[in-house]
Design a protein around this ligand. Sequence first.
Ligand code: SF4
Ligand code: SF4
Length: 176
Amino acid sequence: MMKYQEIIDCCYRGDGAAKLEMARELAGRYGNGLLREKIVVEKLTVLRRLAASLDAHMAAMDMGRTCSSCAARVDGGCCSFYMGNENNDALLLLMNILAGVEPSLVCGNRVECCFLGEKGCILLVKPIFCLNYLCSHIQDCTSTAELLELEKRSGALLTAQSELEQFLIRFMQTES
Ligand code: SF4
Ligand code: SF4
């Protein structure tokens, strides 16, 4: 059983490695209990569906090609070392573990995000900033209708992530 402030303090401190270690610790302590909750299983199913729906729209917008050519440029790309350390938290990484992602530190060049793999981000549940970020390269080559649809799908995913996060916090406050 943890107090609210204790959860927030331990989940948001440190770099990406420390947050991952905390997420693994929380998964060891609460993971089995959480996965026995019907609501968690349902919400993880919804998360996977919404993430797939967002990915499909991004693929239809050809964002992969835009981002690949951007990331290939010196100073290009936006998945920075800072992002992996500061915009992540242990609750988000715990949600990935519950979803079966097994996050690990796949990038150690201290320039890019530690969760940026060779084929892109390895996380299913991504930080809010990563889902909300719309750079000028993307905006310039996308229609208003496509951007609105992107916003709609990322908004739905963020709402689902936030609902699951709130449940995890309540669960940790009541279960030992
Ligand atoms: S989102 Fe924008 S800044 Fe980030 S890699 Fe793609 S094109 Fe580049
Ligand atoms: S999208 Fe993934 S790889 Fe990129 S900054 Fe966010 S967490 Fe890191």
